[in-house]
Ligand binder design. Sequence first.
Ligand SMILES: [Zn+2]
Length: 824
Amino acid sequence: MTKRIFLLLLISVEVILCQPSESLNSSEIKIALEKLNTLGSVLYIAAHPDDENTSFLSYFNYAKHLRTGYLSLTRGDGGQNLIGDEQGDLLGVIRTQELLQARSIDGAEQFFTRAVDFGYSKTPEETLRKWGKEEILSDVVWVIRKFKPDVIVTRFPTNGVGTHGHHTASALLAVEAFKLAGKKDAFPEQLKYVETWQPKRIFWNAWTPALNSMGINSDTLITINFGEYNNLLGRSYTEISALSRSMHKSQGFGASGRRENLYNFFLELDGETVKNDLFDGIDLSWDRVDGSENVAKLLSEANNEYDFENPSAILPLLVKAYSELQKLNDKYWVKVKSAELLNVIKSCAGIWAEAVTEENLLSPRSEVKVSAGFVVRSDVPITLKSIQIDYQLKDSTLNSISVKGEMISVERMISIPENAEYSQPYWLAEGNHKDVYVVNDQNLIGQPKTDYPLYAKFITEINGDEIEFRIPVFYRDNDRVDGEIYKRIEIVPEAIVNFDKGLYLIKNNDEKEIKVFVRNFKDQLNGSVQLITDDGWKISPPKYDFNFTDKNQEQEFIFTISSSNNNHSGKIKAVLDIDGKDLSKSLVTLDYPHIQPQTVLFEAEAKVLKLKFEKEVPRKIAYIMGSGDKIPELLTDLGFSVDVFNKESITPELLKNYEVVITGIRAYNTYQRLSTDQKNLLEFVRNGGTLIVHYNTLGDLFADPSPYKLKISRDRVTEEDSPVTILNPSHSVMNYPYKISLKDFDGWNQERGLYFPNEWDEKFIPLLGMNDSNEALMKGSLLITEYDKGVFIYTGISFFRQLPAGVEGAYKLFINLISAGINE
Ligand SMILES: [Zn+2]
């Protein structure tokens, strides 16, 4: 007999899935039972992926059994990528997934604000001005009101000691949000969806050198040993931490486990005075929930009676507790504990449930077969009443009673509706953004990722109670090497079109090939593809027709675009016409072994940049690659002849073939041969060559790049729109072949430059002056000197960022540098 129907419609508690139905082992069940008997939460707040103290998160989740969260203000999209080419938004998608993988190890939950990691920021003032302080403060308050932490902990101090802009801003926002989250008049528009919430205290997770510099004795602070060992897991919290931290692979943060004691200090920033423990005076039991006596008693009994060798023995207690839990009024704890409890019930019963497809990219108006399977690997008889798959064409009422180890299988066709939303990281769905993501739905803010598009509900009856397991539909395959693979399902357009490049560089009176790739996700698809520009470029042919006879085919089309003197730089768009409907989306797939594969849709657009070449410029360039940049291919696109050197000796014979040598970013930090071959480069300059050296860091240099005294510093200009002064307007580098004006410094990206020298020999001529707000003018961004018959240039200007982004002024300036050896 069914006593009650329990519907768990939306579990907001983020369960990270690498497969649809992860089961807990006996030790993990024990920890989950402890957690079911503990009611409290702690939220850690910092600025970036990798800022979080994963020892802290592991400890509070596994040792203290608290609901533990990490709020990273940004998704880390402004950093460097050590595993691939992705930058910006795509890097943010990868880092988001890396954080989710890290959380699946340390057991914490992940949150974000809308803040974009716009790159290095010196001051919290600049950071908050760019983000818009009120918007991000509102997001922090929102996450606090939703997550309801008893205690908040910041990674960084509010006074900026030992850190920089984003970091300090994260602490300042946390402290301010702590004061506001409990007040009705703060962000009242949120109260439609959430209640106010006042955490008890906020701390800074301090580190010793910062404390010392502030004159604070760590003995006076709350101290916790994160080196403690967990018998159930066979690991210390610091070891778990290292595994979690090693998921930040795009940042190269592989970490080794520490096995000894590791003490951390906590300085109270605000809230009720603390004596011995971060949670002093906070009730962490079911007593904090009205009417929960029965639930508390049942869960405590389940925990006491739990038998590691026979987990299913406590199922009757758990199922009863679940039913009692649904009667309580405290929506927050009902939701949190129901999700935890369902997972424990599923694991104790040995339930495996999955619904899988044979394709992972599905388009609207397509029909797909879903195979659902359900098996109980314990002695407990469970009735599988029905399986309900989203968009199923037929009902699947079953009323089958499980037999231990026997799979109940069902196949059903589903039909993706015409208006199904395309899958997309929700923070990128509204298209262009600057320093804050555009998210129009308040309820999405804070969430780490977009929800799965398809679910299957397995409606069961256990011990007379109806219990529903809601599980995402996955794509499943078997890989010859890696074995079983599950991927998330994505809803994609019927066809997509990708350009072969994001930026096309075109010379005046020249033509260029543009390749596009059209791929379809429907069985039969006819249509055409054409390119559209805003400004009357000549494109031939005007369009191509295509006719796909099977799913997942891809076809390449080559257009020719030609420029005349009338048109200028702009955007180019690819449009598919399918049954009179325009589709214009590009699809990028991010597939790395350590994360769930992701697809991202963008508008099918590329940039066209036209540069006039009317004067003679040097053509033969040697590029000595440093830590990696895309400048050589861009110069090649413009007709320069560029040879790239990655580890070869740079001999005088080799250098004879070139007019200009460029060293890529950080080449003197990374190109070992320069330790012996720098003398050849200087000889090359003495003989009349031009040597352009991009920025190097203060770390170890294989050689001194400069023939004359030059001292690299940490000076940088992080405001991409900072005012620029042309110090020496009559210098030939400011005039040949392009006349450089202040207009050429408009529309730059992320920053002006970094690691500028701050002292130099008087033979150097500084060409540009620039500075961030409230700082003194810096003149070291672009330094030039003659050296015997040649020219030596040192520049910290971030050409490596501006050129791939198609910044016209940066191209002109860079071509002028290449041409510095030409005497007009
Ligand atoms: Zn950081």
